[in-house]
Design a protein around this ligand. Structure first.
Ligand code: ZN
Ligand code: ZN
Length: 141
């Protein structure tokens, strides 16, 4: 097996320690030590495409892994929903529901502060005189 590592390293000079380790089902550290003991020049420990700084999710602080398209998201998948949505209470039935933050910013900008969980509540709220007369029904659902 040890000879195989040397042979593998010779035929794959650009293989990282991690890749060799995976190939031989052993740890990176073991390969490193083995190659060092045998005075073999180390290849790059990391490929260039991985050398970008790791991004950390601003919500949970965990590193955000690249997705299939190797796009590095700002917020991790787990926190994406919570980062872009906010819990608000329906102005009519007071049931909390989730709403996109950018929609809420827009509503505040046009001075519209009433959120409704559903179209029914929106109409009931308007009938009760809760909401203003503004026609923003297209934006609140
Ligand atoms: Zn997160
Ligand atoms: Zn409601």
């Amino acid at each position: 097996m040890r000879k195989d590592i040397l042979r593998y390293k010779e035929s794959h000079p650009l293989a990282t320690l991690q890749e060799i380790g995976t190939h031989f089902k052993t740890s990176r550290q073991y390969i490193y030590k083995y190659l060092k003991d045998n005075d073999i020049k180390q290849g790059p420990t990391k490929r260039r495409k991985d050398s970008k700084p790791i991004r950390y999710c601003p919500v949970c602080g965990n590193p955000t892994p690249k997705d299939k398209n190797s796009y590095n998201p700002v917020v991790c998948a787990k926190c994406r929903f919570i980062n872009y949505n906010i819990k608000v209470n329906c102005a009519f039935c007071h049931v909390p529901f989730w709403k996109k933050k950018k929609d809420i910013r827009f509503l505040y900008k046009i001075d519209y502060k009433y959120m409704y969980c559903s179209r029914q509540c929106y109409y009931k709220g308007r009938a009760d005189g809760i909401s203003s007369k503004r026609k923003v029904s297209d934006y609140i659902f």
